[in-house]
Design a protein around this ligand. Structure first.
Ligand SMILES: [Fe+2]
Ligand SMILES: [Fe+2]
Length: 479
């Protein structure tokens, strides 16, 4: 058998070559990853040249290299952001102690769990998106999809590196399990709900990268605060890549909204809720975009877990998972006596109730997330407003369509009005995509593979990737 020099094969800044045990573990895992990529990665275009960025360094200038690469030959690397000199645990019981370079024994199980849950989301999204390449609205979008996919693959590598380097035998077993679970599988699903949902069309893809990748951003920020330094450094580097995923979502939705508004204007349509007229133009009507937004936002809220959680409190006390931008928060970073307002169901109404801040950390992170979500929405609404339409995309109330936490057992409208089961069943099609909506969107999903051309339902981007011109061949179709 040919021997592969993994320290060469896998771009890294963790001195892979010096750790024989780790190298053996990777030799064992890497072929399984390749098999997984072939079986559950993108269902088409595996042998095409795609213009992708690859992480090659961690330097401030130029951490990435752009070039044509066939996806199975992508060099999934392992990178940690630079160690911060004299970094200290920033919160909890160990605040002020030097950060840990090895896993503290008493937190081993909890830390492993955090790494596994994060790791499980990475391949899951690749599985969810694997058929989208066949209906891409342009080569530009096709390339962006694959960029997101290979980087989620790299994020899996990042978590598997931590498991194999720091968690011994059970880490290796968990690394195998990450390749065994399957998004949406009845017997062996992915760990979190939103990662078992279908991503049936490109509007879903953009919503997913906007809303669900943004949950990833919040989780990575919290883990980047960890007192376990290798986890912190890993997550900090992942965040640089994650920014592009959310860019794909934000600009994707902007371009859909833009195209819809332009088409409505050109056709002289004054009522954006006249769905049949708008759809006849071959664009996605704003009310349907709103429904998709309702769906993906509510699924993503569930990822934050229960509003009140002792697990979250324990992870904070232990110093293994902090708050969003912990080091910039002006308080004691202990939260022993602090309170935090939590949205709860009180006598059939959604009300704010003060809870101990320590157990309310999931709620706090979710609030930070909601604020972050609202920013991009301002841009979408600006496009609609500039086009002269009175229509506003809005985030639904937190009580709407929830499976986890305080509101899981009730039904509510997007405005947060509680309703009974019968009303929910009768009206949910007004708020969430119906199968007819899905069929309409699916009818628009025909692939466009000429350079510089775009599907009828989406505007071209304002600028190209890596400053490339509009007619750049992001994916080489002739192989
Ligand atoms: Fe990721
Ligand atoms: Fe991502």
């Amino acid at each position: 058998m040919e021997t592969i020099d993994y320290s060469e094969r896998i771009p890294n800044n963790v001195d892979l070559g010096s750790d024989a045990r780790l190298e053996r573990a990777l030799e064992y895992w890497q072929p399984k990853f390749v098999d997984w990529w072939h079986d559950l990665g993108p269902a088409a275009f595996q042998s095409n040249d795609v213009y992708l960025r690859t992480a090659v360094d961690i330097g401030q200038e130029g951490w990435a290299h752009f070039d044509y690469v066939k996806m199975p030959e992508y060099r999934w690397g392992i990178f940690l952001s630079p160690a911060l000199p004299d970094r200290r645990v920033g919160f909890g019981e160990h605040q002020g102690d030097p950060v840990w370079q090895e896993v503290p024994g008493q937190y081993r199980t909890d830390l492993r769990r955090l790494v596994v849950v994060q790791g499980d989301t990475e391949p899951a999204s690749v599985e969810q998106q694997r058929h989208l390449g066949k209906t891409a609205p342009s080569l530009y979008d096709l390339r962006n999809l694959f960029q997101v996919n290979v980087e989620e693959g790299r994020h899996l590598w990042a978590m598997v590196y931590l498991l194999q380097k720091y968690f011994g035998r059970d880490g290796r077993e968990e690394a195998d399990e990450l390749l065994r679970r399957r998004s949406g599988d009845a017997d062996s699903p992915r760990m979190l709900g939103a990662f078992n949902e279908a991503t049936p069309d490109w509007l879903s893809f953009f919503m997913f990268t906007y809303f669900t990748d943004r949950d990833g951003k919040m989780q990575l920020h919290s883990l980047a605060q960890s007192g376990f330094d290798p986890l912190s450094r890993t997550c900090r580097f992942m965040l640089t890549e994650e920014a592009h995923h959310m860019f794909v979502g934000e600009t994707g939705i902007s371009r859909v909204v833009q195209r819809t508004c332009e088409a409505m204007k050109a056709a002289g349509i004054s009522d954006p809720t006249d769905i049949a007229k708008v759809r006849a133009l071959g664009v996605i009507d704003l009310p349907t975009i709103q429904k998709k937004l309702h769906l993906h936002y509510s699924l993503s809220l569930d990822l934050f877990g229960s509003e009140v959680s002792t697990n979250a409190a324990n992870a904070f006390n232990a110093g293994i998972k902090g708050r969003y931008k912990e080091t910039q928060i002006d308080d004691d970073h202990q939260l022993k006596n602090a309170t935090y307002p939590v949205l709860k169901l009180v006598n059939g109404e959604v009300k704010r109730v003060d809870e101990p801040a320590l157990t309310a950390l999931n709620m706090r992170l979710r609030d930070d997330y909601t604020q972050d979500c609202a920013k991009g929405m301002l841009r979408w609404n600006k496009i609609i407003q500039l086009a002269g339409y009175h229509f506003k995309l809005t985030l639904p109330n937190v009580a709407f369509h929830r499976q986890i936490g305080e509101f899981r057992d009730i039904n509510a409208t997007p405005e947060g009005v509680l309703i009974d089961d019968a009303t929910w069943n009768k009206r949910k099609g007004e708020w969430l995509p119906s199968s007819a909506d899905g069929d309409f969107i699916a009818s628009l999903m025909t692939p466009v593979t000429e350079t510089g051309a775009y599907a009828s339902w989406i505007s071209p981007p304002k600028v190209g990737i890596d400053n490339k011109p509009g007619d750049f061949e992001y994916v080489k179709i002739e192989t």
